[in-house]
Design a protein around this ligand. Structure first.
Ligand code: MG
Length: 385
């Protein structure tokens, strides 16, 4: 039996991972689960999978979980230290990092230090830590779960990196693809949470509506596949059937197509390099009939422009982009700011930042803290006016 640690087990990717694991229950043993705050679901999962370790994010929840799981043998750990322990100090064969946000970087590093194979759904690990990860762990064994990067990974198998002309990231365009700038001003939280294709967690759904999700994925692709930003393009493809493409120097373009269902990339990394039958509905080309492509509007969706700028600037700029976005999105969800404020605020904070090139891990955490408090400050100022 292969041993699996699953970080972020109660989230969208986490629950879908367990759904896939159920189909391979004679091959995989879940030895560690972690959740942020969903105690009910975590308890249910712990009873079903009987892991050795369960991590919950705060002390108070730990006490309650200990009471609830007192009849099980699982050791209950807490917070970031618990996540790092799960990722690096258990004897897992595979660590799936499905955490949301910058909190995912430390466990990724812990898993890399321990030489673990990682299934990476936490894009922030590469967005804020990609430079460090590539520098200190050149032999890293990271299999991308993010659907676009999983597609690119599949496409590049057996290809030479120097033969790549362009990486073409596809974007659904989110729910506001055809909105005017004027109508974007009046967008509500409910409208932004209604994604046309993907069913995902709240944070990433808002990121898809602003196109910041694609911006973060652009930086993630840069570090995962070692390609310059000039060779990474974004194309709007509303059907989300093509998960991404690579154009090669001879003009050939390879694409990966499938039903938009995250369980497929999750299964791909779990079974790689083998392929197995998957419970995801197979694509019916006649049902789809046609696929559409259009240019992304950078004036309407400034998040993409900011992401290219932050990515090209390098250093700690992507950290600020990501941290400011996390705070701004959570303020939008709490109805403290408007939809267009999200990127306006991020841009302000980016402009205030003194970039640190060749950052150390400490710099990244320091800048992460700075950007969060600066963003809160900017939001506070905006609210007082
Ligand atoms: Mg994606």
């Amino acid at each position: 039996m292969k041993k699996l640690v699953l970080l972020g087990s109660t989230g969208s990717i986490g629950t879908q991972t367990l759904d896939i694991i159920d189909a391979f229950s004679d091959e995989w043993k879940v030895i560690g689960l972690s959740a942020n705050s969903n105690l009910d679901l975590l308890e249910k999962q712990a009873r079903k999978y009987e892991p050795l370790y369960v991590v919950i994010m705060n002390e108070r929840a730990k006490k309650e979980l200990e009471d609830r799981l007192s009849d099980l043998k699982a050791t209950i750990l807490v917070g970031e230290e618990g996540l790092e322990f799960l990722a690096g100090e258990t004897d897992a064969d595979f660590v799936i990092n499905a955490l949301v946000g910058a909190v995912g970087l430390k466990p990724t590093i812990a898993a890399l230090k321990a030489g673990r194979k990682i299934g990476l759904a936490n894009k922030e690990s590469m967005v804020i830590g990609g430079e460090i990860i590539n520098k200190y762990f050149p032999e890293r064994d990271i299999l991308p779960i993010d659907s676009e990067h999983n597609a690119i990974f599949q496409i590049l198998e057996g290809e030479k990196s120097s033969d790549v002309e362009n990486i073409i990231l596809t974007a659904s365009g989110g729910p506001f693809r055809n909105y005017t700038l004027e109508s974007l001003k009046k967008v509500t939280v409910e409208e932004a949470l209604r994604h046309p294709v993907w069913n995902m967690g709240n944070k990433i759904t808002i990121d898809s509506a602003t196109l910041m999700n694609k911006g973060l994925e652009l930086i993630e692709a840069h570090w995962l596949f070692n390609q310059p930003y000039d060779k990474i393009k974004v194309v709007i493809h509303p059907e989300s059937i093509i998960h991404s493409m690579v154009e090669f120097v001879d003009g050939s373009i390879k694409a990966v197509l499938s039903t938009a269902d995250m369980r497929l990339p999750i299964q791909h990394v779990l079974t790689f390099p083998e392929r197995r039958q998957c419970k995801v509905k197979k694509l019916d080309l006649y049902e789809i009939a046609q696929l559409n492509f259009s240019k992304a509007d950078y004036n309407k969706f400034t998040a993409l422009k900011l992401a290219y700028q932050a990515g090209r600037a390098g250093g700690t700029m992507p950290v600020v982009l990501n941290s400011a976005n996390e705070i701004a999105v959570s303020a939008f969800l709490k109805r403290e700011i408007t939809f267009l404020d999200i990127t306006a605020i991020i841009e302000k904070v980016l402009n205030m930042h003194e970039n640190i090139q060749d950052p150390l891990l400490e710099d990244i955490y320091e800048v992460d803290r700075w950007a969060r408090s600066k963003t809160r400050e900017v939001i506070g100022i905006a609210n007082n006016n």
